[in-house]
Design a binder for this molecule. Structure first.
Ligand code: KG4
Ligand code: ZN
Length: 335
């Protein structure tokens, strides 16, 4: 019997989840809208808002899961990677909560948790599988051999896929975070209206900084000819950019699948909510005989349910940390 309370505060979502014997019974997420005014996450503001949100979010999670503090058996928390000030709020709260109730502490790597979100609901992938983890800070192809036995086999050398979406959105004067808005406009646009170059990067690695520059120069050149270019062609621009990013992501994933001879393929992280990526993955699955796993929308972007399920697996194997644990903003993938 295990009731685990999990806290996620690595960036700009304050989230608390409760997991009862591996089943999620609460997943409360407080989004921080304040950053929209600044075109990106302001770390100092993010930590202040976490500080305001953490207690009400915990209280709501306890209500949703219909449990009281005394029913909890362990506290799991995101140790890193992420913004230091944001992590400090979640880590300090988890430590105080565990100290007050004399509970064991479980430290979770945020990037492992994105992948382990696949073990919240059915169908679950079987080991070994490949997971394309695409978020605002990371783009990785991970070979997942077991719950905590994972190896990065490819990753971005510069910008993350989420950054490529968000930076394009900024060029198009769309508010932060731009990824979901590009996705929305792309649904009414022509993905083949404009073509952007695919970077020629060795091995299974990615690069998105060249694409961002190509988009910027393209838009500037078009605006010289027609100052209303962005407004008039917004849907087509979004569809074409999304098509390029998705193709870059899936082409390397296909190479990884061939190289490792694996047909169990998953996607995870904020960008895995992208409808173009989801439908592109389904197409490749048909073409290449892949079995694909896509998390529910609520488990793509940052959430504590993924921390809770990862915490459940560590609880089962008795992997606890002491009260001297500190956040690790640049936490190593296997650290
Ligand atoms: O995993 P996540 O919530 O936070 C990080 O750990 O970074 O990912 C956030 C990223 C942002 O860049 C956001 O624009 C992107 O995920 N994102 C999307 C979509 N939903 C979120 N990008 C494209 N299409 C979406 N539907
Ligand atoms: Zn994340």
């Amino acid at each position: 019997m295990s009731v685990i309370l999990a806290i996620e505060s690595s960036c700009d979502e304050t989230s608390v989840a409760i997991c009862n014997n591996g089943k999620i019974t609460a997943n409360v997420i407080a989004n921080q809208t304040i950053h929209q005014n600044y075109g990106g996450v302001i770390p100092e503001l993010a930590s202040r808002v976490h500080q305001q949100n953490i207690v009400p979010v915990i209280q709501q999670a306890l209500i949703d899961a219909k449990v009281s503090k005394k029913d909890i058996n362990a506290v799991a928390f995101t140790r890193g990677p992420g913004l230091l000030g944001s992590l400090l709020v979640g880590v300090s709260f988890a430590k105080s909560f565990a100290l007050a109730l004399d509970l064991p502490l479980i430290a979770i790597n945020h990037m492992h948790a994105h992948i382990l979100a696949h073990f919240i609901d059915d169908p679950k992938p079987s080991f070994p599988f490949l997971c394309l983890t695409v978020s605002g800070g990371h783009t990785q192809i991970v070979l997942v051999k077991d719950y905590f036995d994972m190896e990065i086999v490819g990753q971005t050398l510069d910008d993350a896929a989420g950054e490529a979406f968000d930076k394009t959105a900024k060029i198009l004067n769309l508010p932060y975070p731009g990824g979901p808005l590009i996705d929305l406009h792309a649904r009414s646009g022509d993905p083949l209206a404009f073509k952007f170059p695919e970077p020629q990067i060795k091995d299974l690695n990615y690069s998105f900084s060249g694409l961002k520059t190509a988009i910027l120069y393209f838009i500037r050149a078009q605006e010289k000819l027609n100052p209303d270019f962005i407004t008039e062609r917004l849907d087509d621009i979004c569809a074409s950019v999304q098509f390029s990013i998705v193709n870059i992501l899936l082409n390397k994933l296909k190479r990884a699948a061939q190289l490792y001879g694996i047909k169990e393929i998953a996607i995870a992280g904020g960008v895995s909510a992208n409808t173009g990526l989801r439908s592109g993955l389904e197409l490749r699955a048909k073409e290449l005989g892949w079995r694909v796993y896509v998390p529910g929308f609520e488990y793509c972007t940052d959430n504590a349910a993924m921390i809770a399920v990862a915490g459940h697996f560590k609880f089962m194997s008795g992997e606890f940390v002491g009260q001297d644990i500190a956040p690790a903003s640049r936490m190593e993938f296997n650290g």
